[in-house]
Design a protein around this ligand. Structure first.
Ligand code: ADP
Length: 237
């Protein structure tokens, strides 16, 4: 009977993932039209509309562009875990690539990314990369703005699992929000102060769970944050 229940649940999960994918994919199309025609209005009616109309138009364009980011985040989220293959992944290489990708940002914010020697593990390569990238990018983004951001990656090795930690010297997170931030679209800041969609950590959680692991945070306001995730050495597929 429990086997039957699992089958039903798996089927439901597939349906939800499929729904997410289709919905976010199909939402892009009408949005593209809205953005395109608003931009045409802005361009072709330059100087002919009043100040109010110009302002309304720029609100429409800004919001549509933001919605495009939200939808593409949702699409990314829904793609995690579909028909992937377990391979041996060298986490050092992932971090090296991320540091190269973040070169310009690191230069701009005078930031630093340090890492322990990391293990080679069985996992889903693109997803592990996305996971580390989201955590590192948050560590750089949510800095105190008074100190240069430093992100440090460490790892603890036990019999059953590797526990990674991505720590930063940033603004920190009040304990009462520690669960909430892993929810989809959940953010603690307005889009004006820190840019983002609130999908990053939800995606991280989904990725860690597809590896059979757990993700959590230790942090207090003003004391930096440490994001931990544990990946079992034997992953059941
Ligand atoms: P986004 O980065 O797009 O806002 P996330 O899902 O990655 O969305 O993060 C959700 C929220 O959690 C962020 O908006 C921020 O308030 C908080 N947060 C995440 N990482 C950190 C961090 N390293 N330091 C402080 N706050 C963080």
């Amino acid at each position: 009977e429990s086997e039957f229940k699992i089958k039903v649940l798996e089927e439901k999960n597939r349906e939800i993932a499929q729904f997410n994918y289709v919905a976010s994919h199909d939402l892009q199309e009408p949005l593209r039209t809205v953005i395109c025609f608003s931009e045409l209005l802005q361009k072709n009616y330059k100087g002919k509309l009043g100040a109010d109309a110009n302002m309304y138009l720029s609100f429409i364009v800004d919001s549509s562009i933001r919605m495009r980011k939200l939808i593409s985040g949702l699409l990314e989220y829904s793609k995690v875990g579909a028909g992937k293959e377990l391979v041996l992944v060298d986490c050092n290489k992932i971090v090296r690539d991320i540091i190269l990708d973040f070169d310009a940002i690191l230069f701009e914010v005078k930031g630093e990314i340090n890492s322990d020697p990391l293990p080679t593990i069985y996992g889903f390569e693109l997803e592990l990369r996305q996971l580390l990238q989201n955590l590192i990018s948050n560590g750089l983004k949510f800095s105190t703005k008074k100190q240069h951001p430093i992100v440090s990656i460490t790892v603890a090795n036990t019999d059953k699992e590797y526990t990674f930690c991505v720590g930063d010297n940033g603004m920190g997170i009040d304990k009462k929000y520690h669960d909430r931030i892993f929810g989809i679209f959940q953010r603690l800041h307005t889009k004006e102060t820190y840019e983002g969609t609130g999908i990053g950590l939800a995606t991280c959680q989904k990725i860690v769970e597809m590896h059979g692991g757990k993700i959590w945070v230790k942090s207090a306001l003003g004391e930096g944050s440490k994001f931990y995730f544990a990946i079992p050495k034997k992953i059941k597929q």
